[in-house]
Design a protein around this ligand. Sequence first.
Ligand code: MEV
Length: 416
Amino acid sequence: MATPPALSSRIPGFYELCSRERMRIAAQFSELSLEEEQSLHHYGALNPELTDTFIENAIGTFSLPLGVATNFIINKVEFLIPMAVEESSVLAAASHGAKLARAGGGFVTSSSEPIMTGQIQLKFLAGNPPSDEELTALKPYLLAYANRGQDRLLARHGGAKDLSWYFIAEISSLVLQLQINTGDAMGANIVNTMCEKVSVRLKELFPSCELGLRILTNLTTSRIARASCRVPAAAFNNTNFSGDEVIDRIVDAWKFAWYDVYRATTHNKGVMNGIDPVLIATGNDWRAVEAGAHAYSCRDGHYRPMTLWSKGSDGALYGSLEIPLAVGTVGGVTKLHPSAQAALKLLGRPNAQQLAEIICAVGLAQNLSALRALASEGIQQGHMALHQKNIALLATHREQTNVEPVRQLRHQGFLH
Ligand code: MEV
């Protein structure tokens, strides 16, 4: 390891510099070459001004490959799915999963209304918390209070819709949960703003309490997306096993995940392999969705696979996925990032619910493809062959050819 330079990371006013100056300091700090500096200080579809509006201390952007997954039919509509991801074989696998589901008519999806939940913690260290009766009487007032000044949201049928509460004795805390329809926004700002506002009023109403946290929960159990598919046995008949055998093996692989947390974790990583790249491509908060999806997988007290797979009485494979999916199609990065805007256009400009459903279908396709490969020829021989081929081709390409690796892969039938 190179010896770190004797420079301090304490740089007062760093955030006030322009990105070029910040880059220079960072480059000096770590003794970056000009080439290394240039690979950080570039803007792709963004520019320094936009980058500065997204984050603090920006010095450039980080590029990821962006591709489109093919073969998707969702609720009888054809889709090309934009996915931003660094892992090879993810797009090929998503496309393959969608091709299998396509043989049964594609994916069927549904979703709940875009209801986010905000938490307000009131600590009653001295004095008693209000009774259920008191809170029930106050509820209409508190909902109306939360909605004051939210005319645009209310005009779109959004706003605070419900309020519930519970008491956690161990931390003497009354937790109020505000249910807010955030429309086509992911809604973090709306929820946090409403929670802070209502909490101030609650403090006035209950002076003996101490205000605790006021923040949304990422476990958005009221904002759920569902996708399902049916794959006829004949769709699997091109492997070493009969279609019927492949289906039995996929269901067995799923049961392994159901009963084993180590397998469930990897199974679910495979589901998120499909979900995260679409979240990234559309400018959505993938950390929020990850957190909610994994917590939801524990809802019966055990960490379970996110998907369900079974064999129907008609011999076909039936799969479904149900997860919390808080995504937006307006506001924030989604609105300002030119690539996110274009990705949404690729998807036909869905609203937030439709986008959540599309993403859910991609997660199911991704899992189907991984299970099919694992349950038959194995992941290394299957999709990972693409990765190995890719690396080999890249080396060859660098050394001698002028044919791009991707074109070679397509010639060899690796890309769908
Ligand atoms: C690799 O990124 C994802 C898989 O491990 C998922 C799985 O095992 O189900 C192939």
